[in-house]
Design a protein. Sequence first.
Length: 159
Amino acid sequence: MSFLVNYIRTVFSSVVSLLKGMRRTGYYFTHHKEIITQSYPDNRHELILPERFRGEVVMTHSEQNEHRCTGCTACELACPNGTIKIVTKFEVNAEGKKKKALDTFVYHLELCTMCNLCIEACPTNAIKMAQSFEHSVYDRRELTKKLNRPGSKLMEGVE
């Protein structure tokens, strides 16, 4: 007998849940003043993306073409599927010591899952997620990007 009571309660709660959802749908159907759906791509000039939207990884540079990446490879290690490849080189400073420096920051956009783990792992905040999202190309090689600009160097005071 308790099985039958539990079954009826489950059916009743399911019907109540369905009616709540249908009430919300009916409200949006009858109140046309509130527009929810955006008409992309017709609204590109007024499109506002949420602040937390994750588009692609970019490396920020200053006006003097300086970046904050030290080549520590923390982002490469944090990436779950090998999207980032850091190529480093050793530079000799004024004191004659060898120091590891960034040579190339390779980013494979076609492999990226936009998980944000590389951004969280970066100790110097050298990379961030941009809000660009239109990445359709005919050649897959165009999705492999070199994030550091030619001739860029490490920003002073970043260790």
